[in-house]
Write a protein that binds this ligand. Structure first.
Ligand SMILES: [Zn+2]
Length: 308
């Protein structure tokens, strides 16, 4: 998920305490030379479980040209979710699930934000001004939505529809990562679980996570699902009441292949028992509306159809 707050720090500082391993970059920018590969789908099994990695890569497509920032900045947390794709890939294998990866940098357009909002194509992110995102014309914004937002969401919608045509209710699992330091503050959580309303998956997963005594677990931290879930889970899962969960993993924990493997194993161990419960695969009969503030956003999400 994006860190929305502004950091007064210098624009060109290196990523804090994060060495991006080859493993963490696997399946990301260098592996996606053509636009057709910007949305990657991995089918590791037939289970009705869909993993979503919105911020898998930091590709800036050729048609966009230069964003006007250094590669160091592009590879910071502002450009993508460091380590999230690598964990998602291992988790897909473990769970025999389908996984979708969006490899376009969220600085081009953030697929987890409603189009035409301030954070959709951010003019500034964590104190770093993005020159190419200043004063974009409506036509330029439309092109980014058409070329780099809709293809991912259409792919997600198609996978969901394919399961439902077979009479299956799929479970959606969103995987994000977050920076360990923001606004001069350390963020102590190793793993965060975001939830709102539907706790069928979040409840048992949090219970198991809390049993990990050496980890600090964020229950709706560092972001609260009660307040804002972003576009993807809101649109594809909460609006239609599909079972779902959203993870936030601290990026410095994913800096090595061993770290990635550890967290993929941990999430797999927490998810497996809950996913083995047949009653999970059903439409939630409560509601997922935010308790405050975000009702308008939730309703608005229904007006943007990725299938349109
Ligand atoms: Zn993210």
């Amino acid at each position: 998920m994006r860190d929305e707050k502004q950091d007064p720090g210098p624009c060109d500082r290196p990523s804090v305490g994060v060495a991006v391993s080859n493993r963490a970059v696997t399946g990301s920018p260098e592996a996606a030379p053509h636009d057709a590969h910007l949305v990657e789908i991995v089918e590791a099994g037939r289970r009705p479980v869909i993993l979503l990695c919105d911020h898998a890569g930091y590709v800036v497509p050729e048609a966009i040209g230069e964003l006007g920032i250094s590669r160091v900045n592009l590879m910071r947390h502002i450009g993508w979710d460091i380590g999230a794709a690598a964990v998602t890939r291992e988790l897909a294998t473990r769970l025999e699930a389908t996984a979708l990866f969006n490899h376009v940098s969220r600085l081009v357009i953030d697929v987890n934000r409603r189009p035409r909002t301030m954070t959709s194509i951010p003019p500034i992110s964590d104190g770093c001004v993005i020159p190419s995102n200043q004063h974009l014309s409506k036509a330029a914004v439309d092109r980014r939505i058409r070329d780099y937002f809709l293809p991912y969401h259409k792919a997600v919608a198609r996978r969901i529809a394919a399961f439902r045509r077979q009479g299956q209710i799929p479970v959606l699992i969103a995987v994000h990562s977050f920076t360990p330091h923001l606004d001069g503050e350390d963020r102590p959580w190793h793993v965060g679980v975001l939830w709102r309303g539907d706790r069928r998956l979040a409840g048992p997963v949090l219970e198991r996570l809390h049993a990990e005594r050496d980890l600090v677990i964020g229950d709706n931290q560092p972001y609260s699902g009660q307040r804002e879930f972003g576009f993807t889970v809101t649109f594809h899962a909460q609006r239609t009441r599909l079972p779902h969960i959203m993870f936030e993993l601290r990026q410095d924990e994913l800096a090595t292949p061993a770290g990635v493997a550890r967290y993929a194993r941990l999430l797999g161990d927490c998810l497996e028992p809950a996913l083995a419960e047949p009653t999970l695969y059903s439409i939630f009969d409560g509601d997922n509306l935010p308790t405050t503030g975000g009702l308008r956003a939730w309703r608005h999400a229904g007006h943007i159809s990725p299938l349109g």
